[in-house]
Ligand binder design. Structure first.
Ligand code: C2E
Ligand code: CA
Ligand code: CA
Ligand code: CA
Length: 280
């Protein structure tokens, strides 16, 4: 029995060791990723459900890892947040999204697309975040009203006065704030009350189940009513079917996003989609 226990321990130790080594390797690689120009933004359209036209894009980070290939943020954002590397990564994403959007606005003056960028709680804890954002807009010659920042409850949860000031300062400049993944946290309601955000994004988990389960349809209706009473715009994320599109139009939800319209695309493909004037 003793030998068995020992063997067990070794397996565990080996697994732990492999995990630790992998994390460390990922961290080292990630540190170089910005310098080596391995990061990319992919763009997923947000559709105005009333007109069916593209209103803008959400910028989503990708890492073109030299050995692992195209990596999804789920694989590296947690490491980036733990190590603080999310700050340079996130700042890069802000600058790059502004630069790309500015190029599209010149290319498509009649369409004037918008862009939303995800900002993590770690970035929000940086006292200079407002300067970083305003600097990104200025160097791209982009008007602030075309930029939206997507935050989750964790940003508001850990927020001190500095975060509040950042929010205030950027909202004064007409930058819109969006509450991401709404409905998945614990005390969403109290945060909505305390922090006046502009847009509420209904989490994909409700949207994806609303067609099959009446309960989820009711949850979506309740969130829509709540957003209306707080004067917030509404985005439904994770839209995958025509049935959901019909239902969300019926509920007069303003905007939608999901594989039904398009997966996230590289900048070139996103530009072609804009040029095609495709609508739904
Ligand atoms: P999120 O902000 O909730 O982004 C939506 C995620 O859902 C994206 O995954 C998108 O590709 C995926 N998605 C879109 N439509 C559909 C659909 O119809 N069905 C399904 N099943 N999924 C859909 P992605 O690109 O892998 O990003 C994952 C998460 O990583 C994001 O979740 C966000 O929290 C984080 N993230 C991405 N880019 C950044 C960034 O620049 N900064 C920070 N801090 N976080 C980021
Ligand atoms: Ca988001
Ligand atoms: Ca989301
Ligand atoms: Ca989500």
């Amino acid at each position: 029995a003793k030998a068995q226990r020992k063997g067990h321990c070794q397996v565990f130790d080996t697994a732990m060791h492999t995990f630790a080594v992998n994390q460390l390797r990922l961290e080292t690689d990630l540190r170089r990723a910005v310098e080596r120009d391995e990061l990319a933004l992919y763009y997923q359209p947000l559709v105005n459900l009333a007109s069916g036209e593209i209103d803008g894009f959400e910028a989503l980070l990708r890492w073109r890892h030299p050995e692992r290939g195209l990596m999804s943020p789920a694989e590296f954002i947690p490491v980036a947040e733990d190590t603080g590397l999310i700050v340079p990564l996130g700042n890069w994403a802000l600058r790059e999204a502004c630069r790309q959007l500015s190029a599209w606005q010149v290319q498509f003056p009649a369409l004037r697309p918008k862009v939303s960028v995800n900002v993590s709680a770690v970035q929000f804890a940086q006292p200079d975040l407002a300067d970083v954002v305003l600097q990104a807009l200025a160097s791209a010659h982009l008007e602030a009203r075309y930029l939206k920042l997507e935050i989750t409850e964790s940003v508001l949860m850990d927020s001190g006065d500095a975060a509040m000031q950042t929010l205030d300062r950027l909202q004064d400049q007409q930058i819109k704030f969006l509450m991401d993944d709404f409905g998945t946290g614990y005390s969403s309601l109290s945060y909505l009350h305390r922090f006046p955000l502009d847009i509420l994004k209904i989490d994909a988990s409700f949207v994806q189940k609303m067609e099959k389960e009446a309960k989820h349809d009711e949850i979506v209706q309740a969130i829509v009513a709540l957003a209306r009473s707080l004067n917030m715009e509404i985005v439904a994320e994770g839209m995958e079917t025509l049935g959901t599109l019909a239902r969300l139009r019926e509920l007069k939800v303003g905007f939608g996003q999901g594989y039904l319209f398009s997966q996230p695309l590289d900048a070139e493909a996103a530009g072609r989609l804009l040029a095609s004037r495709r609508h739904w």
